[in-house]
Design a protein around this ligand. Structure first.
Ligand SMILES: CCCCCCCCCCCCCCCC(=O)SCCNC(=O)CCNC(=O)[C@H](O)C(C)(C)COP(=O)(O)OP(=O)(O)OC[C@H]1O[C@@H](n2cnc3c(N)ncnc32)[C@H](O)[C@@H]1OP(=O)(O)O
Length: 214
């Protein structure tokens, strides 16, 4: 397997031409502090989800958040121009919706990475919400589906088996393999583990897009 690290240019070198130009267009538009800004938003989401502040703090935090929203609003662009989620060289992709994926190694048909879920992705009982786990798998399997210069694909089906509770605030291992290739159909299998314990497994069917579907 090839070793890569976060924000390593090697990571963009493995992208198919579509993903490469999609990511590069976003990187060209990005102000220098973008990654710090989205990291702050991620921390804010985790901190807010885990806090029980008094009334004055709620009021002040609301004013500050509204101020940030109003600052950004005049710069709204169309979906095809946005930066959020398009920084494929970064573990977070410059977004806070899905958890980060720190890629350790990859081959054309395999990915080894780590992830971590914060309080924002908590369900009940202080563990990770199942929907957040499915979200992480969709990303991890989707990335692996399009490795090796393969054409762009889209999730047709994603099945998740929850094997044991997934802890918050821990670095967890993600392994994905492309297990079957049949024309435009790609089947991928992924696991999410905490040490040796499997927390969840996923099987996904990704379909290579026809030119008119791009
Ligand atoms: C190191 C770093 C590298 C990074 C590198 C890349 C970076 C990358 C980052 C982004 C990573 C994000 C990853 C998120 C990805 C989404 O979340 S995508 C959003 C969610 N998905 C959707 O919205 C899809 C909606 N559905 C569709 O658009 C269409 O149904 C599809 C999936 C394109 C398929 O439609 P179609 O092309 O018309 O396919 P169709 O001809 O009907 O079927 C083709 C074959 O698939 C089968 N099939 C289709 N659907 C199904 C199904 N649900 N179940 C079973 N079989 C099915 C058909 O039976 C058929 O089989 P055959 O007859 O050929 O044997």
């Amino acid at each position: 397997m090839t070793r890569v690290s976060v924000d390593d240019d090697n990571r963009i070198a493995v992208l198919s031409p579509h993903w490469k130009s999609w990511a590069e267009a976003a990187i060209r538009q990005m102000a220098p502090g973008w990654q710090d800004m989205t990291a702050s938003l991620g921390s804010l989401q985790d901190t807010l989800a885990g806090a029980v502040p008094p009334e004055d703090v709620v009021e002040e935090a609301t004013v500050l958040m509204e101020r940030a929203r109003a600052l950004l609003e005049p710069y709204e662009v169309s979906g095809s121009e946005q930066i959020f989620g398009r920084l494929l060289t970064s573990a977070t992709r410059g977004q806070t919706f899905s958890p980060p994926l720190w890629v350790d190694r990859y081959e054309d048909d395999e990915l080894a990475a780590t992830t971590r879920f914060g309080r924002f992705h908590a369900g009940n009982n202080g563990v990770v919400h199942g929907g957040a786990i499915a979200l992480m798998f969709d990303d991890a399997l989707g990335v692996t589906s399009d490795l090796g210069g393969r054409e762009r694909s889209r999730t047709a089906s994603l099945k998740v088996d929850f094997r044991s509770l997934t802890p918050l605030d821990r670095v967890l291992e993600v392994r994905v393999r492309l297990t079957h290739l049949d024309g435009r159909k790609r089947t991928l299998h992924g696991t999410l583990s905490d040490g040796g314990r499997v927390c969840a497994e996923a099987t996904g069917l990704f379909i290579e897009l026809r030119p008119e579907q791009q």
